[in-house]
Design a protein. Structure first.
Ligand SMILES: NC(=O)C1=CN([C@@H]2O[C@H](COP(=O)(O)OP(=O)(O)OC[C@H]3O[C@@H](n4cnc5c(N)ncnc54)[C@H](O)[C@@H]3O)[C@@H](O)[C@H]2O)C=CC1
Ligand SMILES: O=C(CO)COP(=O)(O)O
Ligand SMILES: [Zn+2]
Length: 352
């Protein structure tokens, strides 16, 4: 008897392009949201998009509230939940980078209200996903959450964001290559459920981005458009899978450990990109595709070395040797790699 079932939860509206920030009110009306909105943002995105959205919604006769978050952790999610409850908020808008969007996403899920994702940078592929990513002591959770009911990605705003945020988003997409390899390996060795559709979509998204790498340039709205489309596509792959597996393998475990060992040193996307070079080496050996991963990162201006990330060789080796401990997710790292092996992979690939 066939007993399999799944829920693939996707946004209702993905609105992207030139000056679509002006459409926030229209999107709210189209999604039939009523009541008081809470805008969850961080300091720079507040002035870039948070305040213009408040002005727009006030002009529409709404009574928006705005709250600032600084770090992505469970305490921040709790604070947003309290703010929303005490102010009788009906729905949330996450406005900013990955952290503001993740916090809004998780708070909205807990409150049981809808949430709109308004990325101000193309720096990560969580803008569409139904996952939140939060550090918690020695571990890192990938929390299931409702996906945004709508995404509003203004390419004008995103093209004006610092260039390194865009290169971080590209590197987050390039890391899909190793994430999919790890997922397939876990399927073969541990019988982890694998989705051919999600895996193929994630890998194809990375291939399409790399094919267009030379046309991704600072300050160009066309480039912002290309990268946002890839981030949306990668987020959809996560939604199809019902997990972050299509976009997060051992290169993400390495990055999550680096966040603990050298907090704030580099952007998430840049860390996973450097991780992907080394993890590809572990998958395919010295003559393997790690050269292609490194070349793709170089072509989009993303870091490929510890120096460029602003971390030490010891940090890289520590993060690589302890990455398997951070989460119960089977990858090429298996039960862990030795310090000698970590030094060898990082040296051969030129990361240290
Ligand atoms: N839920 C998911 O599926 C995923 C979650 N993530 C999470 O997202 C986070 C990484 O996201 P990031 O955006 O790299 O970090 P972030 O949210 O810390 O943003 C990086 C910086 O860019 C600034 N910024 C954003 N837009 C700007 C603009 N227009 N102009 C100037 N500055 C601007 C932010 O204020 C912040 O200082 C990590 O916590 C990661 O784990 C990443 C991928 C997927
Ligand atoms: O960053 C992500 C995908 O790019 C989310 O991954 P995690 O599940 O490892 O937090
Ligand atoms: Zn990522």
């Amino acid at each position: 008897m066939f007993e399999k079932s799944t829920w693939i939860r996707l946004p209702r509206n993905v609105v992207m392009g030139h000056d679509v920030l002006a459409d926030v009110g229209a999107v709210i009306a189209d999604t039939h949201l009523t009541g008081r909105p809470l805008i969850v943002t961080s300091p720079t995105p507040k002035s870039v998009a948070g305040e213009p959205i408040v002005d727009q919604l006030e002009a529409d006769g709404l009574d928006p509230l705005l709250t600032i978050v600084e770090t992505a952790n469970f305490q921040a999610v709790e604070r947003v939940i309290e703010t929303a409850r005490s102010a009788d908020v009906s729905y949330l808008l996450g406005v900013g980078g990955g952290k503001a969007i993740d916090i809004a996403k998780m708070a909205a899920d807990d409150l049981g209200v809808d949430f709109i994702s308004v990325p101000t940078a193309a720096s990560h592929d969580g803008i569409v996903s139904g996952r939140g990513s939060v550090p918690d002591g020695d571990t890192r959770h990938s929390v299931a959450a409702a996906p945004p009911i709508a995404v509003i990605a203004d390419t004008n705003v995103i093209a004006e964001a610092p260039w390194e945020l865009t290169t971080a988003g590209c590197a987050d997409i390039i890391s899909n290559y190793t994430a999919v390899k790890d997922w397939q390996l876990a399927n073969r060795l541990q019988n982890v459920e694998y989705s051919e559709y999600a895996g193929a979509l994630s890998q194809m998204t990375a291939e399409m981005l790399v094919d267009r790498a030379d046309s991704i340039k600072p300050g160009l709205e066309e480039s912002a458009w290309l990268v946002v489309k890839a981030l949306v596509s990668s987020g959809v792959a996560m939604s199809i899978a019902g997990s972050s597996r299509p976009a997060s393998g051992a290169e993400h475990l390495f990055s999550h450990q680096l966040d603990r060992i050298a907090p704030g040193a580099a952007l998430h996307g840049h860390q996973v990109g450097v991780g992907a070079i080394m993890i590809e080496y572990l998958h395919s050996g010295e003559k393997g595709a790690w050269h292609d991963v490194r070349d793709a990162l170089e072509r989009i201006d993303a870091p490929t070395t510890a120096d460029e990330l602003g971390v030490s060789a010891e940090d890289v080796v520590d993060a690589l040797t302890s990455a398997h401990e951070i989460r119960d997710r089977y990858t090429i790292l298996g039960g862990g790699i030795s310090e000698e092996a970590a030094i060898q992979v990082a040296t051969t690939t030129g990361v240290i």
